[in-house]
Design a protein around this ligand. Structure first.
Ligand code: FE2
Length: 271
């Protein structure tokens, strides 16, 4: 079993894996692709939304999730931050498997304004429509306290159909300096030959992920939590190392919105 140290905001953690590991080939992946975050040298930015738009979006997402939980588990939740106390492990596993596939963007009209917001930030006309499969999806991530249950550190772009995009993280509830998404600034420009990763998709306990886990970059892995506030969202490159979904809150479930945007004029043949 390999043990790999990493840190989040200077606090040390360990990731254990018995999977085969490898270094990548010489080269920087984003050099061959469209860099929608080219104006942001760290590979991410925190963007301010109007308070009213942010609140409307958050309320809509909370209601959407409460309805999903109620329809799929029969559990009625008043406060989503208490999800981990209301939903037991077996119910959570069943719900997670279905829920993690995502939802059509068209099912929530409050998401629509984000196309314009992200277009402004990236100076590019973008939308949620994937040039790879033509679908527009959003995801909500549910991270219970004290459990490593989201992806370990990773880059989305090891999956070809996630390239040429930009990602967002928007806090829905329980998102704080102890629970929000971790990223490793500037790593979108890292040469793959310096990155040690699992050969296949990461495995954590019984959970199998599609993307490999990143273990070290030049011998270490240092992440930070930019921690967007309630009227902010984080916009980040999918070429950036991110994840290591540890919620260090004692008693709060963290829930966030995740979406991807691509240039509207991008066709696969031009990738
Ligand atoms: Fe990711």
């Amino acid at each position: 079993m390999g043990k790999y140290k990493f840190s989040i905001d200077g606090k040390n953690h360990e990731f254990h894996t018995d999977q085969d590991v490898m270094y990548g080939e010489e080269g920087v992946i984003i050099d061959k692709d469209i860099d929608l975050m080219q104006d942001y040298s760290d590979g991410f930015t925190i963007c301010k939304l109007s308070k009213s738009k942010a609140e409307r979006l958050r309320r809509a997402l909370q209601e959407f999730l409460k309805t999903e939980i109620s329809n799929k588990t029969g559990i009625k939740l008043d406060n989503l931050e208490h999800y981990h106390k209301a939903v037991n492990i077996q119910v959570h596993e069943n719900f997670f498997n279905e829920f993690s596939r995502g939802f059509k963007v068209s099912s929530l009209k409050e998401l629509k304004f984000l196309d314009d917001e992200i277009s402004k930030i990236t100076s590019s006309d973008v939308s949620t429509k994937s040039p790879y499969d033509g679908n527009s999806y959003f995801w909500m991530r549910i991270i219970r306290p004290g459990i490593l249950e989201n992806n370990p550190a990773h880059k989305d772009v090891y999956l070809d159909y996630l390239r040429n995009a930009v990602n967002i993280y928007f806090p829905v509830c329980g998102s704080s300096k102890k629970s929000s998404l971790s990223i490793a600034p500037k790593t979108h420009k890292e040469n793959e030959q310096n990155i040690l990763r699992t050969v296949s998709g990461a495995r954590v306990g019984k959970r199998q992920f599609t993307v490999p886990a990143i273990l070290h970059i030049n011998g270490s892995l240092e992440l930070i939590r930019p921690n967007p506030q309630s009227d902010e969202m984080m916009v980040f490159s999918p070429y950036l190392v991110h994840g290591a979904g540890i919620n260090e809150e004692i008693d709060l479930t963290r829930i966030s919105l995740e979406m991807r945007f691509w240039p509207k004029n991008l066709s696969i043949s031009s990738c």
